[in-house]
Design a protein around this ligand. Structure first.
Ligand code: PLP
Length: 396
């Protein structure tokens, strides 16, 4: 039967069966509901709470900025110090060509802006994306996402969008002299953690260079250390023309950011001027939180043991008989089971036992785990106990 927990509270509902937990507090990797029940957040709120919940330095930075000022002007008129600090810290993590940040409010907006920038900079309209891609839910991002089931009700979408197979070198020939951009997740997230080869990514970069096509890497989900390096593209030996990020960037506040070279970004200043605008992008509270988040990554060496923790999870689960396949990089996991039905049971049984695992949008026979990067070995072991228990229960 349809749950109406949201509608009953005057809130829009987009799923027939939302988890419907009533969370009133969160700290570290733990969520606390209204009845006092504790849950391990083993998906980081879907790729956001990489530093856990309520990191004191982030909370303090938000409080400090709230005491100074909130919104004072739409983006791009007043130079605001939190923006300057956030841009400096973010570009410090990136190669020299990615030196200019455009802060927006969500991941999908970062992709929208990136698609516009590529069209504007090249004067071309053709966009190449990948089967299985997820880039967001607004019209442009939906147009370049791969899930036909999610798209068909909303046509017409953007014209001149073409889909190639993720990882197929043969399909790179779809990129030609009419192509404005390729938009691609460095590691596909909602298709179930699909990891391309370095060779493929290098061939993709080469093909884009040959045809003067902009390469947009969407790291909204796989960036910010999720895969063990700050950016997943560091493991692919390539650099994008435009990087889209979001989710974990502001430590739990809403955010997106498109990063490119200054030269590329300059195209938004003319023909037309104000080529991309936003009221709240670069909001001082968000930028203060971005700066604090990036300082924590830098000062607390958050990425040091992400790969080791990932390996610990992989080793604990790899021989489990009901698991068909594990795809992972760092702490980004897709675990394939026999069927969608069993996945549903595992997610449910994890929840009963106080652990949040989750589904993928476009990979029904697989469940997601993506714990906070700061979780300890002991916390991982406790979580694994619950997951194995739930697997036993669900597959018996
Ligand atoms: N791109 C990727 C790879 C994502 O995983 C997501 C969200 O899951 C988005 C874009 C959209 O981000 P948002 O939900 O913040 O708009």
């Amino acid at each position: 039967m349809l749950s109406t927990v949201f509608f009953d509270n005057s809130l829009a509902q987009t799923s027939p069966f939302p988890l419907g937990l009533n969370i009133i507090r969160a700290e570290g990797i733990y969520l606390y509901d209204v009845s006092g029940k504790v849950f391990i957040d083993f998906i980081s709120g879907v790729g956001v709470s990489n530093l856990g919940h309520g990191h004191p330095k982030i909370v303090q930075a938000i409080k400090d900025q709230a005491g100074k000022h909130l919104h004072v002007m739409v983006y791009g008129e007043f130079l605001q110090q939190p923006q300057v600090r956030a841009a400096k810290l973010l570009t410090d993590t990136l190669p020299a060509t990615l030196d200019t940040c455009y802060f927006v409010n969500s991941g999908t907006e970062a992709n929208e802006a990136a698609l516009k920038l590529a069209k504007r900079a090249t004067g071309r309209t053709k966009i190449v994306s990948c089967i299985g891609a997820y880039h967001g839910s607004t019209h442009g991002s939906l147009s370049v996402s791969g899930n036909e089931l999610k798209k068909s009700a909303f046509r017409p979408l953007l014209p001149d969008v073409h889909f190639m197979r993720f990882g197929s070198e043969e399909d790179l020939k779809m990129i030609d002299d009419c192509t404005a951009c390729v938009i691609i997740e460095t590691i596909q997230g909602d298709a179930g953690v699909r990891i391309p080869s370095v060779q493929y990514m290098k061939a993709l970069r080469k093909r884009c260079d040959e045809t003067n096509t902009m390469l947009i890497l969407d790291e909204v989900q796989c960036g910010m250390g999720r895969t063990g390096t700050m950016w997943a593209f560091e493991q692919m030996e390539i650099v994008p023309d435009i990087l889209a990020t979001g989710k974990a960037l502001a430590g739990g506040l809403p955010v997106g950011c498109m990063v490119a070279s200054r030269k590329l970004m300059e195209t938004f200043t003319h023909d037309p001027a104000l080529g991309h605008i936003t009221t709240f992008g670069g909001h001082p509270l968000i930028c203060a939180s971005i700066a604090a988040t990036l300082e924590v990554y830098r000062d607390e060496k958050v990425l040091e043991d992400v790969k080791e923790k990932g390996l610990r999870i992989f080793n604990a689960l790899k021989n489990y008989p009901a698991i068909k396949e594990i795809r992972y990089r760092g702490l980004f996991f897709a675990i394939d089971l026999e069927s969608e039905d069993i996945v549903n049971r595992v997610v449910e049984k994890c929840l009963d036992r106080g652990l949040i695992a989750f589904w993928f949008l476009s990979c029904p026979a697989s469940f997601r785990i993506a714990p906070p990067l700061v979780c300890t070995q002991q916390e991982i072991d406790k979580a694994l106990e619950i997951i194995v228990d739930a697997l036993n229960d669900a597959t018996q």
